[in-house]
Design a protein around this ligand. Sequence first.
Ligand code: GTP
Length: 455
Amino acid sequence: MSLVTVQLGQCGNQIGGQLFNTVVEDAYGKGGLGCSKKENTLYQDAVLERFFNTEEPSGETRVSCSQQVLPTARAVMVDMEPKVIQQTIQESKKSGKWRYCEKAQFCQKRGSGNNWAHGYGHHGPKARDAVMDIVQREVEKCDRFGGFLSLMSLAGGTGSGVGAYLTECLREEYPHSFLVNQIVWPYGTGEVIVQNFNAALTLSHLYQSADAIIVFENDNLHKICSQLLSIKNISFQDINSVISQELASVLQPAASVDNGRTNSPGELLERLVPDPQYKLLNVRTIPHTSERALAFSSFTWPGLLKHLRQMLIANAGMEEGVDWQVKVHSRDRRLSSADFTSSLANVLFLRGKHCESTDISPFSDPRLYSSWVPRDAAFSVFRQQRPFHHYEKYASLLSNSQAPVGPLDSLVGKAWNMFASRAYVHQYLKYGIAEEDFLDSFATLEQVISNYSNL
Ligand code: GTP
C-alpha cells in the first residue's frame, strides 16, 4: 500500500523533507538490530512501498538504500515561491539515502503573502491543472495506491489557501481515495496577524473535503523541544523532527491485533472516524528523549502506557507535568464535560520488544468513550515488535477526541472579533471571497465545537 504525500507551502515542504528522512532513518537504522534479518527486510520493503518509488523509468528496480540508485519519495511539492522547495531538495541530497523526483514539483515566483484568499482564489485555480497532472503521474506509479497525505500549515497563505483548494480538487478527481491532511496549528502568540482568519477558512474547507485532519500544535511541539529534549535555540527543524517522529510512529508498518491487517489510511480511518462530523485527530507519543539521554534511561511498557492514558484523559501534549488529579468517571457521575477528555475512538500503536505481552485494557475502559460508539469499535491496537527509530519501546495514541475543542474555540473567537471590526477583511474580498464565506466558515466550526463538546 502506497501513500502519495502532497507538500504544501513552506511548512508542508519542510515537514515533508523531515518525514522522509525519519522514515528512512527508522527503516535503515538501529531498529533492525532488534529483530531477525527476515523481519527487518520485510519491514524495509513495506516502508519503501509505502513512501518511495523504487522503479526507474527504464524499468530498473532498486530494492535497498545501500545500492547506488536512490529511492524516490512519492511526493508532490507545491509552493508559490521556489526557495523552500529548492532547499528541501538540497537537504534530501545531503542524506544520500533517498531523493525527490525533481519533476514532481510546482512553484511560482511569488508567495501568497499570508493571505488565504490569495492562495485559494488566485494561486490555487492557476496551479490546478499542472499540479493534478503531477499528482496523477505519482498515483500511476503506485501498484497499490492507499491515499493522499497532505502536509500544510494553517496560518500562511499557500499551505492554507492553495492547500484547501487543492484538497477540494483531489476530492473531486479521486472521489473514492482517502484524503488525510496533516495541519500545523499556529503559535498562540501569532507570527501572522491574520492567522486566525486563515486557520478558520482552511479548517472549515478541509472539513468538507478531507476524510481526516491530523492536528499538530506548534506551541506544544515547542514545549517538547525545550522541556523534554533540552534544546536551547529551537528551530523549525527541531519542531519538524518531533512532528515527523510522531507521524512516522503511526504510519510506519504495523499490524492490527484483531485481524492482522496493516495500518493503511483506509484501515485507520475506518477505526477512527465513525462519523464524518468528527474528523479532527491528534497524536500523542511517549517517550520523548534525545538519543544521547536514551542511553541512561530505561522504560517499561506498564509505565509508558500509564502515562499515555493519563495524557489522553488530562489532555496533555507531553508526558511531563501531566495532571494526575484528572480522573475518569462514569457518565452519570461526570460533573462537567471539562472533567476529563472524552474520546470517540483511539488507536494505540506499540513498537518494540515484548509489546505483545503488555496489558492494554485500561484503554478499552468504556467510560473513556462516547456512549453511542459500539464498545468494540472505539479502541484498537496495532503492534510492531521491531523497535522504532532509536527507541527500544515507543507508544503512540492516534485519537479522535475532545482535545481540539479548546484551541478551536479560542481560534474562532479571535477570528470573529477581528471580523466584527472588519479588520483586514477587504484584503480577502479582493480575491473573490465574500463576507458570507467568513460567516459560513465560523458557522461550520461552531458546529464542530458543539458536536465535540457533546461527546
Ligand atoms: P505564504 O508564505 O503566504 O506563501 O504561505 P506558506 O503556506 O508558505 O506559509 P507558512 O507555511 O510559512 O505558514 C506560516 C505558519 O506556518 C506559521 O504558523 C509558522 O509558525 C508555521 N511554519 C512555517 N514553517 C514551519 C515549519 O517548518 N514547521 C512548523 N512546525 N511550522 C512552520
